[in-house]
Design a protein around this ligand. Structure first.
Ligand SMILES: NC(=O)c1ccc[n+]([C@@H]2O[C@H](COP(=O)([O-])OP(=O)(O)OC[C@H]3O[C@@H](n4cnc5c(N)ncnc54)[C@H](O)[C@@H]3O)[C@@H](O)[C@H]2O)c1
Length: 274
């Protein structure tokens, strides 16, 4: 059911790689809620061509941009305002990549060039997207910027390796930039900490299947899927959350507040033959 929550709003949505991407679902929901937006992704990701289907479905223009490039981001905001006919109301940062994870390098043996690349792509890009927007004064007062994160920023998950530190930085940027952007332009900046979700980036983490099942067994509501994450992000883009900023918001079916569940205890009992 749609509520017209984003009627008349203009947005920029990063990170829709394929139909499993969280950003893909967010774009579909934003469209249903009356928003107009541009889609963007790294030029290399465009080669897969999947994003064209989403652009067609949502009547959106695609503007390629490597989120680590100030030049690309400047072009993105400039063109987006031209295409959409005015300043931007919401921005989704849905970008994550770790070469150390891709190459299965353990945390205590990290390659620092890969680490630096991961920071640039997955966290510093958030700062760059905010800084370029602010410099160009591209976001309307009351606008909303959301980045996606994971709870490894607060607790240790061995296989999440350098992305844990990178997500901690991403969440810190939301707080720090949220202060400055809020003071100057009343623009809100938040991160949404999402349950494990079966996407290209998610399933690339070693042991993802077990992690997914564990979180499912711990969370009283079960894992939050990409579609419900999209619903939550729509509320954050809407005026209903106009006083929410500088927050890391858990969207995880209660996982982050649960110590252990009866289900997990029973499984351990069964495994130990107690
Ligand atoms: N899947 C999960 O379990 C999960 C859980 C919590 C948070 N997240 C976060 O959600 C976000 C989206 O990931 P997803 O799970 O939808 O996976 P995904 O693989 O579909 O999306 C990641 C996106 O990042 C884009 N990207 C990579 N490098 C880029 C660059 N230089 N410039 C621009 N874009 C670039 C990719 O092309 C891709 O579209 C990420 O920040 C991820 O860490 C995912």
């Amino acid at each position: 059911m749609a509520y017209n929550l984003l009627k008349g709003k203009r947005g920029i949505i990063t990170g829709a790689l394929d139909a499993n991407s969280i950003a893909w679902k967010i774009a579909q929901k934003a469209h249903q809620e009356g928003a107009t937006f541009v889609l963007t992704n790294a030029p290399i990701a465009m080669r897969m061509g999947e994003i064209n289907k989403l652009a067609e479905e949502t009547g959106s223009t695609i503007i390629p941009a490597d989120a680590t490039s100030i030049e690309d981001l400047t072009n993105l905001y400039t063109q987006a305002q031209e295409v959409l006919g005015g300043k931007i109301d919401f921005v989704l940062h849905s970008i994550g990549m770790s070469v150390n994870i891709r190459k299965n390098i353990p945390y205590d043996e990290l390659n620092y060039d890969y680490f630096a690349k991961g920071i640039d792509v997955s966290a510093m890009s958030f700062h760059k997207m905010l800084a370029v927007a602010k410099k160009l004064d591209a976001i309307n007062e009351g606008g909303s910027v959301v980045g996606l994160t994971y709870m490894a920023a607060q607790r240790t998950y061995p296989f999440y390796t350098d992305m844990a530190d990178i997500k901690a930085m991403l969440e810190s940027i939301a707080r720090s930039f949220g202060y400055y952007y809020g003071l100057d332009k009343k623009v809100r900046v938040n991160t949404v900490s999402q349950s494990p979700t079966k996407t290209t980036a998610g399933t690339g983490v070693k042991g993802f299947g077990d992690l997914y099942s564990f979180a499912e067994a711990i969370s009283p509501l079960g894992n939050a899927d990409a579609e419900s994450c999209a619903d939550y992000c729509i509320t954050l883009f809407s005026d209903l959350t106009r006083m929410v900023t500088m927050q890391n918001l858990f969207h995880d079916g209660g996982y982050s507040s649960t110590g252990v569940s009866v289900e997990v205890m029973q499984k351990l009992d069964a495994a130990n033959n107690i």
